[in-house]
Design a protein around this ligand. Structure first.
Ligand SMILES: [Zn+2]
Length: 436
């Protein structure tokens, strides 16, 4: 009897910050959400993390029956007499992360009502930054061609925080090969290597062509220019002269960046505010809501009475500030008792005084009607951005974070009155106002 065993190694580039958190109990004074690590301390993404994603991809492309035949299934017979099951032909063997850059950051939940950080939700987290390489080893004994075709068109999204654009991987190369245990060469290869070494040895045989990335999402692009200095969750750094200095966080290219969570917090709270003002039937009613409304579908919700929440249909991305000029603003703490400057409390904060930022909002698997409402809502939010009522980043109450929208795929940023009235009507349809 001859037996052929095949291996496939997919190599991915990490495209956006990624967080596959370890399932550990929180330790006091330690990072609350730590990345998963292996026994040697290296960042690790468990191979099982990829299994659901590849299966979903197969279902989208080939349907459920095809997917069940490759990945196995467990199903109860209709009469309950017997359980049918089939094991997966694909084995998720091993994965490794190289060129890993880990960042610790502080996150808070954003209040929907104020657009600012919610009290008591601060946590320290870790994330793997974009640019790392992830490799995943798979084994399959039949239907190697089917597996290769699937992997070359795959764009896995793994880990937490996906609505902030986290966890996106792009396939860079797919190598594969087979060992024929019926031949002396195959048997020698099989017996002289094991584990990842065996896979490395076998997959040297072939390299598959990787498909161009397809992006099924609809997107809105906003280009904004800094009007009044922007600053955001800076990191503390002891200045050479001993004064406290807060620097802006930068991306891998050294550019200051506006986080996805901050963009989402600001835009959601602005849209919520507009819907509330218009008494729109589209808005989420919070605790009393059955979560069947536009805002619940688009922005997600924490769960109704049954406790089942829904993830946001929108994806935001971290955006670098380009063509920027940054400066340090020196500040002094005010003594609460004397009202004068407190001694020894001088600090400096880095701000961006000029620059452009490009926001991209992606929206997946939604109806055209919901999409049109989002465009209308954003047209109204843009008016508030232009007027300085909607601002981004930190210290907005002291005049920071004003932008001007220069171009937008929602239409002319300085829309005329008729366009705005049409947007308003779409958000507050008169005949639906009496709906519960
Ligand atoms: Zn709701």
């Amino acid at each position: 009897m001859t037996k052929t065993i095949s291996f496939c190694r997919a190599t991915f580039r990490v495209e956006s910050p990624t967080s596959v958190a370890a399932a550990t109990l929180p330790i006091k004074n330690a990072v609350d959400l730590r990345l998963d690590r292996d026994a040697s301390g290296a960042i690790h993404i468990p191979p099982s993390t990829f299994a659901g994603s590849l299966r979903n991809h197969a279902t989208r492309v080939h349907g459920e029956a095809w997917t069940n035949s490759l990945f196995g299934f467990v199903a109860d017979e209709d009469d309950g007499s017997e359980t049918k099951a089939r094991a997966s032909s694909v084995w998720f063997l091993d994965s490794s992360v190289t060129h890993a850059k880990v960042e610790q950051y502080v996150a808070t939940a954003i209040s929907r009502h104020t657009g600012a950080a919610k009290l008591g939700t601060r946590r320290d987290s870790e994330r793997l930054l974009a640019g790392a390489t992830v490799s995943l080893d798979l084994r399959i004994d039949e239907r190697l061609d089917d597996l290769i075709e699937l992997v070359t068109t795959w764009r896995p999204v793994v880990g937490r925080n996906r609505s902030n654009g986290y966890g996106e991987l792009a396939v860079e190369r797919v190598d594969y090969g087979s060992v024929d245990l019926g031949t002396p060469e195959g048997l020698a290869q099989w017996l002289s290597h094991s584990g990842p070494d065996l896979v490395s040895e076998v997959v040297r045989a072939h390299s598959a062509t990787v498909a161009e990335a397809s992006n099924e999402a609809q997107a809105i692009d906003l280009q904004m220019q800094v009007v009044e200095p922007w600053t955001s969750d800076p990191v503390k750094d002891e200045g050479e002269d001993g004064h406290k200095t807060y620097r802006l966080k930068t991306n891998a290219d050294g550019l200051p960046r506006m986080s996805a969570a901050s963009q989402r917090g600001v835009l959601r709270s602005s849209i919520s505010f507009i819907l509330t003002t218009l008494e729109s039937p589209l808005r989420c009613r919070g605790e009393a809501c059955e979560h069947d409304r536009w805002e619940c579908r688009v922005f997600g919700h924490g769960g109704a009475a049954d406790g089942v929440g829904r993830r946001s249909a929108l994806t935001f991305r971290e955006s670098p500030i380009v063509d920027g000029v940054s400066a340090f603003r020196t500040r002094n703490a005010i003594d609460r008792f004397t009202g004068g400057a407190a001694r020894g409390a001088l600090w400096r904060t880095e701000v961006v005084t000029e620059g452009m930022v490009h926001l991209r909002i992606e929206y997946r698997s939604v109806s055209d009607a919901d999409w049109q409402i989002l465009l209308a809502a954003l047209r109204l939010v843009i008016v508030d951005i232009q007027d300085g009522f909607v601002r981004f980043g930190a210290a907005v109450a002291s005049g920071h974070g004003r932008f001007s929208v220069t171009t937008s795929t929602t239409g002319d940023p300085d829309a005329d009155l008729m366009t705005l009235l049409a947007a308003r009507t779409l958000l507050s349809p008169k005949d639906e106002v009496s709906a519960p």
